[in-house]
Design a protein around this ligand. Structure first.
Ligand SMILES: [Zn+2]
Length: 99
């Protein structure tokens, strides 16, 4: 059943999930940019142990962030991962209104 306003409990849960999603994305930005830089300058990164260490640290950070994102970005109603959707009004899986 679809209503004009989401269930307050669902709406509140979704707000928290959306806030965490922005936070995780923001943290992921720095290592992601560094990885992109490393890929295009791979030869100089290989010759610099500090840059190489940073590259692996960035890679680990991105993997952790992706895992956190996968655990966080779930519908508060059906608990299924919502996939690559940006600020959805309804859960793409169960159709529950989120906001
Ligand atoms: Zn759902």
């Amino acid at each position: 059943m679809k209503t004009k306003k989401p269930t307050p409990k669902i709406a509140e849960s979704y707000r928290k999930i959306a806030r965490n999603d922005v936070f995780i994305g923001f943290i992921m930005l720095v290592p992601a940019i560094f990885i992109a830089y490393s890929v295009f300058n791979w030869d100089s990164v290989l010759q610099n142990p500090i840059l190489l260490g940073l590259f692996w640290a960035a890679l680990v950070l991105v993997v952790i962030n992706l895992a956190a994102e996968f655990l966080n970005w779930r519908c508060p109603h059906c608990r299924v991962f919502m996939g690559m959707v940006f600020n959805p009004k309804y859960c793409p899986r169960c159709g529950e209104q989120l906001r």
